[in-house]
Structures are given as C-alpha cells and as structure tokens.
Write a protein that binds this ligand. Structure first.
Ligand code: GLC
Length: 555
C-alpha cells in the first residue's frame, strides 16, 4: 500500500532575497534598513512572493557587510532594533509573507564576545570554540597552506597567545570549531530563540564548510572542508531545532562545491537535514581556471548540461533551489544576456527559463525590474572586501590596474549590491542621504516606477505572472523535467510533464532569430501560449526572435 505524501509547501513557493543595506533607506543614512523594508511590503505582496530571505541584519562590524556577526541575538543599529524587527515580522505575516533569516555560523566576527574570550588566553574556557593551531614549527609559518576565500593565507597569527586561528574568509571572520559540542549547543539555542520569535526558517551561509577534515588541518594538504561530520551536525541541528515545530519552516543551505550526490544527501526528506541547497556548479561555468575573476565566455550547452544534470539528479530524492543571481553574483541580465537593446526580452527570458525548472526559485532584489551590472570604473568606487583584496593582490603581483578593473566590472559582487532603483529621481527613491555604494546612473530609465508603467513590457508584471503560475499549476511545481535539444548552441528547450499535462518551454539565448528545430517547432501552436515575451507572435512556428521565450501547453 502506498501512502500519499502531500508535497511540501515550498515546492510551489517563490523566495525573494533582500540585501537590506541596498533595498530601501527610511532614515536618510544612505544605508537601507528595516523601516525601508516595511515600507515595501505591499510591493512584495503585489509581486506575489511567498518568502523573503533577509541577508544578515545582526549586530556586526560590517567587515563583510554583516556576514561577520558580533551578536546573533541583536539587530545592528544600522538597520534598526529588535522591536522594529518584530514589527516587520508581524506586518509581513499579515500579508502572508514569511521571513527567513541568514544564519552565518561557519564563523563569527572577531568582535563577537565568544572570540574575544577565546583569544584571551590558552586557558580560556572558550579557547576551543575556534580553531587554533601552532605555526608549522619550521619557520614560524601558518599551520597549513590553506588560502582564504578572500585572498591571502587562511590563518592569522594572534599576538596574545602566539597561535594562529583559522579564517576561511576575512581575518575578521574566525571559523567556529564545530567539533566542540558547546559551540553546537550555543548555535542551536540561538536558532531556537529566533524561531520562537516567529521567523520562518534559515538560509544557512556556507553550511557545508562547518565540518573541517581534521587530518587536513595540519600538514601540506591543499585541504577541503566538507568533512563527513557535516551530515551528523545537520541531523543533530534538525533534531535540536526543527523537530516538533510545524512544517511551515524552510531551510536552505549554501553549499559551495557540493555535487549532485552531496545535494541528495543534504536534501532527501528521509535524512532530515535541509529542505534544499544552493549549489554553485552553474555559476562557475564562466570562471577561468585560476580565479573567478578570470572571465571566460559561457557556452549555453554547458549551462544546459549542468542544470539538466541537477534536474535529473534530484528528480526522485531531494529538491533543487533555482537561482541565477544573488548578492555574490553579477547581475544575471548583464552576465548571461543583453542588458542593452534587448534588456526586457533578456530579463524575462531568463526569468521564465529559471522559474519553470523544477525547484524553488529565488528572485534577487532588482531582478524583477531587470537591474544591470554597476558599470564601476575606478577602484575607489568599490566597497566589497573580496573585490578590494583581489585588486590589491593582483596589482601588487604586477597586473595592470586597467585589466583588473575590467574583470571586476564584470564579476565583482558590488554589481549586485548597488542600491535598489525605485524611481528616476536623483537618489533613485532609495535614500535621502549619501548612498553607501553609488547608485547606478541607468536608474533614470531602469527603475520600479518606469517598469511598472510599461504595460505589456513590464518585467515586474512578467515575474508576477510567473510566480502566479507556480502557485496555480502543479505541472510547474512538480512536473517531470526533460531537457530537449541539449546540443543546440542557442536554444534552451525543455518540457515539464505531470499526468495528462505537458508544458514546453523554449528560450532563445541569442540576439539573432534562432530557427526552431522541427521537433520543437511543430509543437508551438499559437492557441496554447501560456506566457511569452513577444506578445502574440504571428509566426509562432518559425523562428524565435532575439532573446524570445515561449511557454506553450502541449496537452
Ligand atoms: C557566503 C555569503 C557571502 C559571504 C561569505 C562569508 O558566501 O553569501 O556574501 O561573504 O559567505 O560569510
């Protein structure tokens, strides 16, 4: 006898990511805040999203824009207070919008009380809460050759005790020692405190890095950090935090380097770890061999091969999260398509392709109006620690500043972090003060007000329809995914099938018309258009126009 298990609510949900410092500023500081977010809840409700994920708003020295937390149980005064947070939560819930917090527990800030206590002496009761090692003993150098993700060694010598601590990110982000059960208990206690307050889940920052392979921590191993214990820790977290709470929560782990097999382990429902993970394979396809700043052209066949493998890999167990952009990635319309003449077509085509895969789609703030890369040209304009470190290291090693700036202009995380473009006024409706990061000049034409007045050419409206489609249609949320024309260089085509229903999705990843292969063309019947970005196209079965997408119902 088979038991019918109803699908989890998040299979038909869409998540919207807010990067708070760049979303909306209600106090004139030039930095977005909780009041600003509250003021835009109606906007989010109109878009139709189910969940808002807030990048970190906890107390923080802001060395990595809040991903360096000095107090997990307080709001940074830059953003507001706990009282304002409660208000935001209540007003979001009143509109049927859930709030998910960013959980950054691979590391804390070096200004967290735990670390201050840990570094104070070898005998500190919290010494073992972080990862301390002696130098390699040969010449007083770092314990092993690990590199920080933000450049330089991953070890920092601390003068107080003469030992090194591990920091996989900036020196101001010391890694917690998850081997220590007290650390884990402290983290679970904090998570329970937020859930008791009413939050609806967590996006877990670099969660697969919490488990270090202990044998790699010394010696010459280039090292990687996804020790097997990561699954034990997540199962323990599940028992200690999520078990017994209602099924309305959502958990998504950020897991750089995770393979399809890893993701199955993280997200199979019977393993009680996470609901879904952010994998990185498809956003690494245009990275050069040396660093992510060596930009190589993306081949569409590679993108299809990668995403197709994740679709089939998680078809029977586990679940995908779907994203083309976030606060760490360039703007998708600039990266994958044409952010100039065909910006409307490009942004909507990318959205339809992404949202009609099987998985939970994530909309990054500004994507719903087709915001572009920032177009920064001098190093003084950048704020991101990763970009600044990369520039300094490369130039010190002899690279030409112009070449490094060209790489940053394409790849820097600041491309996604420029203030949200609400209207065409000089400060884009974002602030009345001096914005912490320059507002992109194209806000005079690319902004929420202009987009929403664009009638049939509103990108927001297209997103709204896609989100509604996922809510209404089980073939979108649950249908079986099948890639078509995998080797075609410019068409991205697939079907979704559930029971008697099949949708065909075809997108043109190019600025010239693409002839349709016969097998696909024959199916594109005008009467069955579900959504497209050229309106009613006369020659529906001929060619796809530049950056066109068509979704048709076959059965
Ligand atoms: C994650 C975050 C990124 C941050 C890093 C360190 O990758 O998304 O913004 O810099 O972790 O916390």
């Amino acid at each position: 006898m088979s038991i019918e298990i109803s699908p989890a609510w998040w299979t038909s949900a869409v998540v919207y990511q807010i990067y708070p410092r760049s979303f909306a500023d209600s106090t004139g500081t030039g930095i977005g805040d909780l009041g600003g977010i509250r003021g835009k809840l109606d906007y989010l409700q109109q878009l139709g999203v189910d969940v808002v994920w807030l990048s970190p708003i906890y107390r923080s020295p802001q060395a990595d824009n809040g991903y360096d937390i000095s107090d997990y149980q307080d709001i940074d005064p830059l953003f507001g207070s706990l009282e304002e947070f409660d208000l935001l939560l209540a007003e979001a819930h009143a509109r049927g919008i859930k709030i998910v917090m960013d959980l950054v527990v691979n590391h804390t800030s070096d200004e967290h009380a735990w670390f201050e206590e840990s570094r104070s002496s070898l005998a500190s009761p919290k010494r073992d809460w972080y990862i301390w090692r002696d130098g390699d003993g040969v010449d007083g150098h770092e314990p092993n050759p690990w590199r920080s993700m933000f450049g330089g060694p991953a070890w920092q010598l601390d003068a107080v005790t003469g030992q090194y601590y591990l920091h996989l990110f900036a020196a101001k982000q010391p890694d917690l020692n998850w081997e220590n059960p007290e650390v884990r208990v402290a983290v679970y206690t904090m998570m329970n405190w937020w859930l008791d307050r009413g939050v609806d889940g967590f996006r877990m920052d670099v969660i697969n890095l919490i488990a270090k392979v202990q044998s790699d921590l010394v010696g010459d191993s280039p090292g990687y950090v996804m020790g097997d214990q990561v699954h034990d820790y997540l199962q323990e977290m599940n028992r200690e935090v999520f078990a017994g709470r209602d099924a309305d929560l959502i958990t998504v782990g950020e897991t750089p380097g995770a393979t399809v097999d890893d993701a199955i382990q993280f997200t199979s429902s019977d393993r009680l770890e996470l609901d879904m993970v952010f994998q990185f394979e498809h956003v690494g396809l245009d990275h050069g061999p040396r660093t992510k700043f060596d930009n190589v052209p993306l081949k569409l066949v590679d993108l299809k091969r990668s995403l197709g493998r994740w679709q089939s890999g998680l078809a029977d167990a586990g679940w995908n999260s779907l994203y083309f952009s976030n606060h760490d990635q360039p703007r998708s319309v600039s990266r994958f398509s044409d952010d100039g003449e065909f910006r409307y077509e490009s942004a909507t085509m990318l959205a339809a392709i992404l949202h009609l895969h099987r998985g939970t789609p994530y909309v990054y703030q500004g994507d719903e109006i087709g915001m572009t890369n920032a177009g920064l040209t001098t190093i003084e304009q950048y704020q991101d620690i990763e970009s600044l470190n990369y520039y300094a290291e490369e130039v010190a090693a002899g690279a030409s500043p112009a070449a490094v700036l060209a790489s940053l202009a394409f790849r820097s995380r600041d491309n996604a972090r420029t203030p949200m473009q609400w209207d065409a006024t000089p400060l884009a409706g974002f602030t009345t003060g001096t914005p912490w990061l320059e507002i992109t000049p194209n806000h005079s034409t690319i902004n929420v007000a202009t987009d929403r007045a664009a009638g049939p050419r509103s990108i927001f409206e297209f997103y709204r329809r896609l989100i509604a489609l996922r809510h209404e249609s089980t073939v979108v949320s649950l249908g079986v995914f099948e890639m078509l024309e995998a080797e075609h260089p410019t068409l991205y085509a697939f079907t979704r099938t559930l029971g008697e229903e099949t949708l065909l999705v075809v997108g043109n990843f190019s600025g010239v018309p693409s002839e349709l292969p016969l097998a696909v063309a024959g199916e594109l019947v005008i009467g069955n258009l579900v959504i497209g970005n050229y309106g009613e196209v006369p020659d529906i079965a001929g060619a796809l126009l530049p950056w066109e997408v068509r979704v048709v119902r076959l059965r």
